[in-house]
Design a protein around this ligand. Structure first.
Ligand code: ADP
Length: 480
């Protein structure tokens, strides 16, 4: 019977196909580098390509040694396919068994080479060894979840089984490739084998895409569930926060009234409105008075903080002359410095400016910030150390007021905590009064006034805190 195409030509055609499949798989692997299986699957067309090239050149079987290399390539090809399938299905790869049976096959090839075995015998050897990795691949893929990629799985398994079927066919025709009676069958079966390899490769690619898609779907479901949980937690946290703020507001209001009474009476007693006091009584009244003041400050801070958090803080922006504001605030700051007998140095470099330094701020809130800076400077410094208060023109758009001390300074690790509410930036000494909210309030206040806050500090050397206040864009106010 005349053949339309001979085996050598078929080999050349298949070499082209294997090359295309290899390139396709390599591109696919480039996009999915995290899936190890693909690079192993690349071995499938790669080794087949080697075999096809050898087959097409050495079809006369003159160079027997090269033909044996082609046989080993076939086994390597299907072994790569199997390893890829095992990896894809997260099965363990039995490397020891693989190396033993690869070695056994090589020994068989050497033996067949030695006895100058004919093609039928050689083919028998390949089939016996090659059928195992293909069946192992079918077994591995059959473990895949039917719900997610039934069609892709069945498609790939079908073509793998088809390959096995062709092997069985060759067994039935007793591998007589050179028998003219079988020529058509051999060429046809070889062509079908090559076709099955194309479909196997396509199957592996669509299987991988299906697996990716199913993993993506799972991820989306998990993310949605997480998002839902997160929303719920956020909602609960918001409710809890509102309740906390409400509680703080109520409690602070309730505490302030009796506290003001205590402070008022203590002050009257201190001033001798109800008669003279002896030294011990004076000392105790002084303690009651200063304790009450401190408590009142803490409560006021807490109230401010809850207002800040709820966005309820009231800021009354007005055009102010900075020199005037500075002069009005100075006595308050001096009083704070005087409490621990620190030395206050004042540097006012705006008094000489030609234009009146106008700013738009809430005066009371600005004073509150400076009082907080000054109280901290005193609190975190030793007695008698100098504290510098400076007001200057910082840049074209801002004035800067800074307070610099030579106190304990702030640790580098604590820098990010300074403006966090209730964070005392590593201070554990209970004797240093404070609850760590002053600076967080100051930050919110100055930002509400469109300014900014900053600091620099060195442990053991001191700190400098400042606010930058934007210059007023409106007309400049006269001093006074
Ligand atoms: P409080 O002083 O009540 O703790 P603040 O919010 O005013 O709260 O300050 C936060 C933290 O910043 C303080 O606990 C302290 O650790 C640090 N700090 C603030 N000012 C200074 C300063 N001048 N020197 C050293 N540390 C400071």
């Amino acid at each position: 019977m005349n053949l339309l195409i001979d085996i050598a030509t078929l080999n050349s055609v298949s070499a082209t196909f294997y090359f295309i499949l290899l390139v396709l798989l390599l591109i696919f692997w480039r996009q999915n580098r995290d899936i190890d299986a693909i690079i192993w699957w690349c071995g499938f067309p790669f080794f087949r390509l080697i075999n096809a090239l050898i087959g097409s050149d050495a079809i006369e079987y003159d160079l027997e040694f090269i033909v044996y290399i082609g046989n080993v390539s076939i086994l390597l090809s299907d072994t790569s396919l199997m390893v890829g399938c095992l990896k894809f299905t997260e099965n363990k790869t039995p490397w020891k068994i693989i190396s033993v049976y690869m070695s056994a096959f090589i020994i068989l090839c050497v033996y067949q080479h030695g006895i100058n075995a004919d093609l039928a015998l050689r083919t028998k050897g390949i089939i016996i060894f090659d059928i195992i990795p293909i069946i192992a691949s079918i077994y591995a893929l059959s473990q895949l979840d039917n719900r997610n990629f039934a069609i892709e799985k069945m498609f790939t398994i079908f073509w793998l089984a088809f390959g096995v079927g062709i092997f069985v066919f060759w067994v039935l025709i007793d591998f007589e490739f050179n028998n003219p009676r079988y020529d058509t069958n051999v060429v046809l079966s070889l062509a079908l084998a090559y076709l099955s390899h194309i479909f196997i490769t396509v199957g592996l690619i669509i299987l991988t895409i299906a697996a990716r898609r199913s993993r993506l779907m799972i991820d989306i479901t998990i993310n949605k569930a997480l998002e839902h949980d997160l929303e719920q937690t956020l909602e609960e946290a918001q409710i809890a926060n509102e309740e906390k703020n409400q509680f703080l507001t109520n409690m602070s209001h309730e505490l302030r009234t009796p506290l003001n009474t205590i402070i008022g009476y203590a002050e009257s007693l201190k001033l001798g409105f109800y008669g003279d006091l002896n030294d011990r009584q004076k000392e105790y009244i002084e303690n009651i008075y200063s304790g009450g003041e401190l408590l009142l400050k803490l409560i006021t801070d807490l109230l401010d903080l809850s207002d800040v958090e709820e966005g309820k803080i009231e800021i009354m922006l007005e055009e102010v002359n900075l020199t005037r504001l500075f002069d009005k605030t100075l006595p308050l700051l001096k009083e704070i410095v005087g409490k621990k007998s620190n030395r206050l140095k004042v540097i006012n470099s705006i008094s000489e400016l030609e234009e009146p330094p106008t700013i738009q701020v809430d005066q009371i809130r600005t004073k509150q910030i400076l009082i907080n800076f000054m109280s901290n400077a005193v609190k975190y410094s030793e007695q008698d150390t100098p504290i510098t208060l400076e007001v200057s023109e910082h840049d074209d758009a801002h004035y800067r007021i800074s307070i610099t001390d030579k106190g304990r300074g702030i640790d580098k690790d604590q820098r990010d905590n300074i403006f966090k509410p209730f964070n005392r930036a590593g201070i554990t000494d209970k004797n240093i009064e404070g609850i760590g909210v002053g600076l967080s309030i100051a930050k919110s206040l100055i930002e509400e006034m469109h300014g900014s806050i900053g600091f620099k500090s060195k442990v053991g050397k001191g700190s400098s805190f400042w606010i930058d206040i934007p210059k007023s864009k409106q007309r400049q106010l006269p001093i006074g």
